[in-house]
Ligand binder design. Structure first.
Ligand code: NI
Ligand code: MN
Length: 226
């Protein structure tokens, strides 16, 4: 089965297995790179949120209500969304994983914080391994480099979506180390160029990483299939 991965810019992706559409960190409103509006999305079955920061929880509340989609995130973020009227929620924490209607979601560690837009506690920040359509995809969330990425890379990753922007997350040189540990089939850089403070030379990253893995630089709203 082929799975498509669409990048909306920043850490926002749509992953489709031919039957279901899963969004990860859907940051549209207020995203200076994003050209589409949340209402342009035709189908949303589930939304995975790695942590509570505004550039990740983004339009989750609006889209979950509009599409009656299931939100999968930390228990704390799910509780917060529940109080705001989101109906379908599934709280998880790193480890174990859970089988959902579109595939398996397993959260991983991330070295980062997680407060919600109103200052509420969002639990811990996480990365996520999504298994759907026979493919395994790792989305790092926002994180510094950490050596347990070696463990994440033990099971073959078809794709890794890695933050490279620096300042809030790994930068280019740290993402290269991450790539060595994760050894993904393809690597899609994310969380860069959205603001001046996370501007990076993504072509230079691709060239440096070429000996480690196949880096695919996606343009905004580009889709690839794996
Ligand atoms: Ni963050
Ligand atoms: Mn972020």
């Amino acid at each position: 089965m082929t799975v498509s991965i669409k990048w909306f810019s920043h850490a926002a992706f749509a992953i489709e297995n031919g039957e279901h559409t899963v969004l990860v960190d859907p940051f549209f409103t207020g995203n200076p790179l994003c050209s589409i509006k949340p209402d342009e999305l035709e189908r949303v079955d589930a939304i995975v949120v790695t942590h509570g920061h505004r550039d990740h929880i983004g339009d989750t509340e609006y889209l979950a209500k509009k599409h009656d989609a299931t939100v999968i995130s930390s228990v704390e973020i799910c509780n917060w969304l529940g109080k705001r009227g989101v109906k379908k929620l599934h709280g998880q924490q790193p480890g174990g994983g859970h089988s959902h209607f579109f595939g398996t979601v397993k959260f991983t560690a991330a070295v980062h914080s997680s407060s919600l837009p109103d200052g509420s506690y969002g639990g811990i920040a996480m990365g996520v391994i999504l298994e759907t359509g026979g493919k395994r995809i790792y989305h790092s969330g926002d994180t510094a480099l950490f050596s347990d990425m070696k463990i994440i890379g033990k099971n073959k990753l078809d794709a890794a979506l890695l933050c490279i922007g620096g300042n809030y997350t790994m930068d280019v040189s740290e993402a290269l180390e991450a790539a060595s540990m994760l050894k993904p089939g393809i690597l899609i850089p994310m969380h860069y160029d959205t603001w001046e403070v996370i501007r990076q030379d993504v072509v230079s990253f691709k060239n440096k990483a070429a000996s480690i893995c196949d880096v695919r630089i996606l343009g905004i709203n580009d889709t690839i299939t794996i």
